[in-house]
Ligand binder design. Structure first.
Ligand SMILES: [Zn+2]
Ligand SMILES: [Zn+2]
Length: 178
């Protein structure tokens, strides 16, 4: 099992090689953005990432963050998600040579995203067919629905509605003595 430090080292090497191949500079800002994205397995929006980098002492424009994220996506080190609705794009790290896939449970009520890791969720499992003129690289799976917290809140609201409609009926109840 690779540690986070091993993962980061591998990712930095991969980025350095990619930048060299493309004739791009290995700037401290690019490395800082990579480091932040790889500091956890969270999904981050570009402005969240910028705020984190700000606290690290890197004061970058949002467009610098976006263009670097684009480079990371092209280098195969990050993945961009659009979970639908009005939500801005979210980015997550791609662990090099990581065998287990994960899918995303997306709550359509609050936008919360949970990840489910599934070792059977490999590209090979999902795309069982062979494409003669297409080479699959990766796949992303989203399952849309309602999260546990929203379900709880909805049930509570429904109960409250039932309770209040019960209260307004009570005075008219024929069984009550006048
Ligand atoms: Zn929710
Ligand atoms: Zn994810």
């Amino acid at each position: 099992m690779a540690t986070d430090a091993d993962i980061l080292t591998a990712a930095r090497t991969q980025l350095t090689q990619y930048l060299r191949r493309k004739g791009m500079r290995r700037t401290p800002e690019r490395i800082a953005i990579l480091d932040r994205l790889f500091a956890g397995d969270r999904h981050l929006q570009a402005d969240e990432l910028r705020a984190l980098l700000d606290s690290d002492g890197y004061h970058l424009s949002l467009s610098t963050v976006y263009s670097t994220l684009k480079v990371l996506v092209e280098a195969g080190l990050a993945r961009m998600h659009r979970f639908g609705g009005e939500q801005p794009a979210q980015y997550e790290r791609v662990v090099p040579d990581s065998p287990a896939g994960h899918y995303h449970l997306v709550c359509t009520a609050c936008g919360r995203i949970s990840e489910v890791t599934d070792s059977s969720l490999s590209l090979r499992q999902i795309t069982r067919r062979h494409y003669s003129s297409f080479e699959p690289a990766y796949c992303m799976v989203y399952v849309y629905g309602t999260c546990y917290r929203c379900l709880k809140r909805m049930r509570r609201e429904q109960r409250r509605r039932l309770d209040s409609s019960g209260k307004t009926r009570t005075p008219h109840s024929p069984s009550k003595p006048k």
